[in-house]
Ligand binder design. Structure first.
Ligand code: NAD
Length: 476
């Protein structure tokens, strides 16, 4: 059993204020493999005090000084890349190839991109030619960073690096369900030699440390990625102190497959949803298919889903692993059962365990057809390997169905007609629209409309989240 009970406060690993432990479970075999501490108010107060003190000098560092620290961190991240992949694979059951080539790689990509954006970022701008006014961009202060388990290092890097880059100091609380990658990243930060107090880590759960961070009077901003449920509570808890609250929340992405889409559009859509065992906030879990190709699309979709293997995280290959926890497993299985009860047609997968796997939170890639937006599976974020296929007749109808949700994170569309693609992309109410399977480039903003959140992470937009904007007039 790994002993991971310490916190990182003021540049050193310290014991928690009081003993309150939590086991970390391996989702492949349901056994605990590590133990962490859940922090208390005293731990958060200590971390905030250290971050507040460090802010006095860290905010005065030059861009070049901060770039040097980030470059050092990047080289350590590259050196310890395989350790990070193993940590993510173990804590969230992600197959090792996926954990390495996608999850761990995403952290490196964001780190590299922030270094580039910071190099070109102007913290002081002349307002316009006719004016002697200046606009200054200044670090907001002490930041509380709360992250989820599903893209653990991706989400941590998207918050910690822009906070460093802009001159903020911080307290990170990774997910208590997958905290090992965050602790390993803390070791890397320690190795890079950032001044003490700039970065602090306190583990804990949402009700405890999460609430302490959201409501703390000396935390100037909270940046949160996770469920819309927790986002709502964080906003309420933060309201008393009027701190800035940046939210990256859930989604219920639509993928419109027009009749003129490329040959493998349906198969690629299935692979996309099922990857990471369906645990991505921007997974396109509702596939809308134009009626004229509906039958062929369902056949392709079922065939592709049946080809996807479900297996152990330690095995090499392109299979998918289990879902994260017993709670998530039970929630997903009950949603699959509700789909059957509410009259959708189960076309692939189902609630039984995949062949040969009797332990662990494994779920078969599951496809429903004849789904309507009134059904639970059509409305709720399932966060597992489950897809609904919905037919449509006209472009307007497809847009209406996709937008008929309280979320607005990532939507997708497939067509060979360029004009139609851009016309439809404009009508979709979401922070990202991916056309024909093309990914978003590093440095583009990521975030949601409506109940998918109010923030933008990545690139220049990610830096701006951590900055105050000040107008300074010139001499008369
Ligand atoms: P979660 O909301 O249960 O937990 C996320 C984090 O918030 C954890 O660290 C948890 O301890 C903490 N937390 C929980 N309740 C809290 C509270 N009341 N106050 C403060 N902190 C609290 O979410 P999860 O299950 O870890 O992650 C899955 C969710 O995250 C999904 O809904 C997914 O769509 C969303 N997500 C969104 C994005 C995005 O960029 N929009 C990215 C990844 C995941």
């Amino acid at each position: 059993m790994l002993n991971k009970k310490k916190f990182y406060i003021n540049g050193e690993w310290v014991n928690p204020h009081k003993e309150d432990n939590c086991e970390v479970i391996n989702p492949c075999n349901e056994d605990p493999f590590a133990v962490i501490s859940l922090g208390s108010k005293e731990d958060i107060d200590k971390a905030v005090k250290s971050a507040k003190t460090a802010f006095i000098t860290w905010k005065e560092t030059s861009k070049e000084q901060r770039l040097n620290f980030l470059k050092k961190l990047l080289s350590i991240y590259k050196k310890r890349f395989s350790e990070m992949a193993e940590a993510i694979s173990l804590e969230m059951g992600a197959p090792i190839n996926w954990a390495s080539d996608v999850q761990t790689a995403s952290g490196q990509t964001h780190l590299e991109d922030f270094i580039l954006r910071l190099k070109n970022f102007k913290f002081d701008e002349h307002f316009d030619e006719k004016s002697n006014n200046h606009i200054y961009y200044e670090p907001i202060g002490v930041c509380g960073l709360i992250t989820p388990w599903n893209w653990p290092i991706n989400q941590i890097v998207l918050k910690v690096i822009p906070a460093f880059a802009t001159g903020c100091t911080m307290i990170l609380k990774p997910s208590e369900i997958a905290p090992i990658s965050g602790m390993l990243f803390t070791e890397m930060i320690d190795e890079a030699g950032f001044p003490k107090g700039v970065f602090n880590l306190v583990n804990g759960d949402g009700a405890g440390v999460g609430t302490q961070i959201s409501s703390h009077p000396n935390i100037d901003m909270v940046s949160f990625t996770g469920s819309t449920r927790a986002g709502r509570l964080i906003s309420k808890n933060a309201s008393e102190t009027i701190k800035r609250v940046c939210l990256e929340l859930g989604g219920k992405g639509g993928n419109i497959v027009f009749a003129d889409s490329y040959k493998d559009a349906v198969r690629d859509g299935i692979r996309n949803v099922m990857s990471n065992s369906g645990q991505s906030c921007d997974a396109p879990t509702r596939m809308l298919v134009e009626k004229s190709i509906y039958e062929r699309a369902v056949k392709d979709a079922v065939d592709e889903a049946n080809k996807i293997q479900v297996d152990q995280a330690s095995k090499k290959g392109d299979h998918i692993g289990p879902v994260i926890s017993k709670t998530q497993y039970n929630k997903i299985i009950s949603l699959i059962e509700s789909g059957i009860t509410e009259g959708a047609t189960l076309a692939a997968g189902g609630p039984e365990l995949p062949n040969g796997l009797n332990k662990g939170y494994f779920i078969k890639p599951t496809i429903f057809t004849d789904v309507t937006n009134e059904m639970k599976i059509g409305k709720e974020e399932i966060f597992g390997p489950v897809l609904s296929i919905i037919p449509f007749e006209t472009e307007d109808e497809a847009v209406k169905i996709v937008n008929d949700t309280s979320y607005g994170l990532g939507n997708y569309l497939q067509t060979e007609d360029k004009e139609k693609a851009h016309r439809v992309a404009k009508k979709l109410r979401s922070g990202c629209v991916y056309i024909n399977g093309n990914p978003a480039d590093a440095g583009t903003p990521f975030g949601g409309y409506r109940q998918s959140g109010n923030g933008r992470e990545g690139g220049v937009w990610g830096l701006e989240e951590y900055l105050e904007v000040k107008t300074v007039t010139g001499w008369r």
